[in-house]
Design a protein around this ligand. Structure first.
Ligand code: MG
Length: 292
């Protein structure tokens, strides 16, 4: 099942994507939460209500609605760096014994097809195509063998990064949290439709040119490892998003470096999960303000 958050007629709510249409489930059952996190918190009861509503929900053409990030404002947006064996080989780095974890702020989240801003303070905006997990069950200290039970589903993420700021500070949180630099989606492909998250082809293109092409089989710390480890530290909650690291081919790795420029279109696709595609624009003047 493909669970989306969409806006139509001035209202944002969840729906189910079927081919080129979206089922407007809350039109037949207003008790289904409009917000994805609230829906995921309902667990199996929510899914049962959704399945019942699907039988008679009106279908709208996907082209006539606006798809939003499936979780608009997760409680946590966690991330992992240096997690692809082929990427580490490319860098000549040592294989880490412990995952390099960090967080992106949730204010950087952006829609699957929305513009990303080349920041006014730097021209070193770079892409990182990644597989993301959306948590469906509140949990702590999850053993690896049960870890995938807490995953509601999977998403395509672009962990956009301002490289210049990475080099200015040992902390990557802010370089990876510029406004608009966290697009993901286009929907949550539920875990029951993803038999093996470690066997998914992933590709990133810029203006149609392939820059990254790998498989989640290359991940050093797989989805289950990451949930087991992160849940040793923090309670994972429905709606939390964990993005799992990028394969080789980022713009930083080219000589000369190939950062994103206004006018570029960056696309990340994962087999079975769909794609996100974001145009790059110069950061607009409108972002410069102080509210009363
Ligand atoms: Mg990354």
């Amino acid at each position: 099942m493909k669970l989306a958050t969409f806006t139509e007629g001035g209202r944002t709510r969840i729906g189910v994507v079927e081919d080129d249409r979206i089922a407007d489930v809350s039109a037949v059952d207003p008790s289904i939460p409009a917000d994805m996190t609230a829906f995921l918190k309902l667990g199996p009861a929510g899914r049962a209500a959704l399945d019942r509503a699907l039988a008679s929900a009106p279908r709208r053409p996907l082209a006539e609605v606006r798809l939003e990030a499936p979780v608009l404002r997760p409680g946590k947006f966690l991330a992992v760096g240096l997690n692809f064996a082929d990427h580490i080989k490319e860098l000549g780095a040592a294989t880490p014994a412990f995952p390099s974890t960090f967080a992106k702020t949730t204010s950087c989240i952006n829609g699957p097809y929305d513009p990303v801003h080349r920041p006014r303070v730097s021209d070193t905006l770079d892409y990182e195509g990644e597989l993301g997990m959306v948590i469906g069950r509140r949990c702590r200290h999850v053993p690896k063998e049960r870890a995938l039970e807490v995953v509601a589903g999977y998403v395509v993420v672009n962990d956009l990064t301002v490289r210049e700021w990475v080099n200015l500070t040992p902390q990557v949180v802010i370089p990876k949290s510029f406004d608009t630099t966290g697009p993901f989606g286009p929907w949550i492909t539920t875990a029951d439709a993803v038999p093996d998250p470690q066997a998914l082809a992933i590709r990133t293109t810029v203006n149609g040119e392939i820059r990254q092409s790998s498989s989640t089989a290359e991940m050093i710390f797989g989805c289950a490892d990451l949930i087991a480890l992160l849940s040793q530290a923090v309670t994972l909650e429905p709606g939390d998003v964990i993005t799992t690291g990028t394969p080789p081919g980022v713009g930083e790795g080219f000589a000369p470096k190939r950062y994103l420029q206004p006018g570029d279109v960056v696309r990340v696709e994962i087999d079975g999960l769909g794609h996100i595609e974001n145009p790059v624009i110069a950061e607009p003047q409108a972002t410069c303000f102080i509210e009363d």
